[in-house]
Design a protein around this ligand. Structure first.
Ligand code: PLP
Length: 394
């Protein structure tokens, strides 16, 4: 058969770097700081809530399409509790949709809101499912590069570049804050500028805020809370990051009823529903006291600091993340410039696995010297990794 099996839209997304690097970690016994999953499960009482739901026969059959009412109510209460002071609230019946993780929420949003040929502006480096789902929907991605400033260890959004990227074919901006892989938390001014642009050019915005509770400096500002944004914004979050149950794949969408309804139309033919008993557990998790959220943040801040110190000692230049559980580093101080080659050699050289940031770019050259390490691991594992990384300068 001459014709390739994988269709043209997906040809560039054959296999992910995460599979390659995780296999390398297994083969070499290296510490895997590549993929972002915690090495300890979330709260015991949340796990028990899932067991109880399963035993009590709650959620073992198809739950309601939009999600169980308990979880939709809990998501609405969460929005009110954390962002009510910013004027955000939502109706649990019409403005909340439960999804199979943020990943399905992203895919369903693209499939629902794009016509073939529509342009989507995404900040690069970007989470890998963005490019694939834009392609599935027949959209065209238009990357706007977050500019690295190694001297100050930060990334900035070039607002002129963002403005220039908008054309008559732009349908939506796809935003992610706190941002994977750079750890950047967009500032109030940057978000205000995105909001102004979206209003001025009448664009929709999908904002991926799965790391909303992992902000170490400053506060998380939902884009939907900016003037003129509520009616044009689809906000996405997930229990995976906030409660350390990435395998449960419980995510959600909030926004105005018309947008959430559109996303629901696509979602119902992707999975229809998912994670029945886990939905009950996540409803309970969302109501955990403030001390839980503060504890999660403080714990990860400590871990960030342990790994950042280790990476600095190992001769890498660290972009200190204000949020997420990833640290991006610049490998050029070690005399290296190719992140792919560096990451492929790292398990042998130092017994650690990391991810080359170039995989998150269209402009690969912009990401070439940068490498991402995850710090959602125990302090002991991070200290061991830091010790091993000293081999880079030995
Ligand atoms: C920015 C971002 N969005 C979405 C996801 C996926 O979330 P979920 O596991 O809930 O599908 C991730 C996971 O790493 C992520 O980093």
């Amino acid at each position: 058969m001459d014709r390739p099996l994988l269709n043209r839209r997906l040809a560039e997304f054959g296999t992910t770097i995460f599979a390659e690097m995780s296999a390398l970690a297994v083969r070499t016994g290296a510490i895997n700081l590549g993929q972002g999953f915690p090495d300890a499960d979330g709260p015991e009482e949340v796990r028990e809530a899932a067991v109880r739901a399963l035993r009590d026969g709650r959620g073992n059959q198809y739950p309601p399409g939009p999600g169980i009412p308990e979880l939709r109510t809990a998501v609405a209460a969460h929005q009110e509790r954390h962002y009510g002071h910013l004027g955000l609230s939502c109706d649990p019946d019409t403005e909340v949709l439960v999804t199979a993780g943020a990943t399905e929420a992203i895919a369903a949003s693209m499939l629902a809101l794009l016509e073939p040929g529509d342009e989507v502006i995404a900040l690069e480096p970007y989470y890998d499912s963005y490019a694939a789902t834009i392609a599935m929907a027949g959209g065209r991605r238009v990357p706007v590069t977050l500019r690295a400033h190694p001297e100050s260890g930060s990334y900035c959004l070039d607002l002129d570049e963002l403005r220039d990227a908008v054309t008559d074919d732009t349908r939506l901006i796809l935003l992610n804050t706190p941002h994977n892989p750079t750890g950047t938390v967009l500032t109030r001014d940057e978000l205000a500028a995105v909001a102004e642009l979206a209003v001025e050019r009448d664009l929709l915005v999908i904002t991926d805020e799965v790391y909303e509770h992992l902000v170490f400096e400053g506060e998380h500002l939902p884009l939907a809370s900016f003037p003129g944004m509520r009616e044009r914004t689809v906000t996405i979050s997930s229990a995976g990051k906030t409660f350390s149950f990435t395998g449960w794949k419980v995510g959600w969408v909030t926004g105005p009823a018309e947008l959430v309804g559109a996303v629901r139309s696509a979602k119902q033919f992707l999975t229809y529903v998912s994670a029945g008993p886990f939905q009950y557990a996540v409803a309970e998790a969302l109501a955990l006291p403030d001390a839980y959220y503060a504890g999660l943040r403080d714990d990860l801040r400590t871990k960030r600091d342990v790994l950042a110190a280790g990476l600095t000692d190992a001769g890498l230049r660290v972009f200190r993340p204000s949020g997420t559980y990833f640290i991006t580093t610049d490998i050029r101080p070690l005399g290296e410039s190719d992140g792919f080659a560096f990451c492929r050699a790292l398990p042998e050289r130092a017994g650690v696995v990391a991810i080359p940031n170039a995989v998150f770019y269209d402009h690969k050259e912009q990401g070439a010297p940068f490498v991402r390490f995850a710090f959602c691991k125990s302090v002991a594992v991070l200290e061991e990794a830091a010790g091993r990384l000293k081999a880079l300068t030995a």
